[in-house]
Design a protein around this ligand. Structure first.
Ligand code: PGA
Length: 252
């Protein structure tokens, strides 16, 4: 049985003071949702303050990125141990990182190996762009992102991975994929690629989320799919009531 998983990716939103207010607003509602792994991913500058609000709850904390090196002359970057000081999770390879900051399947793989060494649970994002979707390349692109980005891991660690399938054309556009389409990509591409790397048993254990314009109104459609184990939520995770409603849908 895969435990449902819902993470909020706040992206570049909220100062530390605003983060404190938002978490304070949603903490009781989120805590009342049983049987779902819930994770908040605020910006780096809010991790320390949010970390002080979560003890005694079952809400986890994640970063949105990190570097793969342990330390050194990498101005502006954050090391795995710095993330692990506050977080249990880290988002890796988000499409915005790939599109605007030059991340590739190779750098995602380096970060994943670093997350493994740091004891962090990664939420790895994969997904095709609109051009790739329209050219019928979804399976090829997503398959390659999994096979290249996720290779070389310890099998025990691999079984604990969380993958988010996020079609780029669905992110922040209000045009979500359909439950059926997303389920087909997970069933036909993501789990088979995982099975190629780590065997069928591990491929069955990995949680795979859908992401891209998930809202309270459409979450149930995705959670009803047999291969989809939760959601990575962007815009809607900045609204307390909306995010709590999405986690409720995952519990149902
Ligand atoms: P969105 O973002 O829910 O705002 O579409 C999802 C994501 O980028 O993780």
């Amino acid at each position: 049985m895969r435990i449902p998983f819902v993470a909020g990716n706040w992206k570049m939103n909220k100062t530390a003071a605003e983060a404190r207010a938002l978490v304070t607003e949603m903490i009781a509602g989120l805590s009342a949702v049983i049987g779902v792994e819930k994770v908040l991913c605020p910006p780096f500058t809010s991790l320390a303050v949010v970390a002080t609000l979560l003890p005694g709850t079952d809400i986890g904390l994640g970063a949105q990125n990190m570097h793969w090196e342990a330390k050194g002359a990498f101005t502006g970057e954050i090391a795995p141990a710095m993330v692990a000081e506050f977080c249990q999770y880290v988002i890796l390879g988000h499409s915005e990182r790939r599109a605007y900051f030059g991340e590739t399947d190779e750098t995602v793989n380096k970060k994943l190996l670093a997350a493994q060494a740091a004891g962090l649970t990664p939420i790895i994002c994969v997904g095709e762009t609109l051009a790739q979707y329209e050219a019928g390349q979804t399976n090829e692109i997503v398959g390659r992102q999994v096979r290249t980005g996720l290779r070389g891991l310890d099998p025990t660690f691999a079984s604990k991975l969380v993958i988010a399938y996020e079609p780029v054309w669905a992110i922040g556009t209000g045009k979500a994929s359909t439950g059926e389409n997303a389920n087909a990509v997970v069933r036909n591409v993501i789990r088979p690629a995982l099975a190629e790397l780590y065997g069928a048993e591990i491929a069955r254990q990995v949680r795979v989320l859908y992401g891209g314009s998930v809202a309270a109104a459409n979450a149930a459609e995705f959670f009803a799919q047999p291969e989809i184990d939760g959601a990575l939520v962007g815009g809607a995770s900045l609204k307390a009531e909306e995010f709590v409603a999405i986690t409720h849908a995952a519990a149902a």
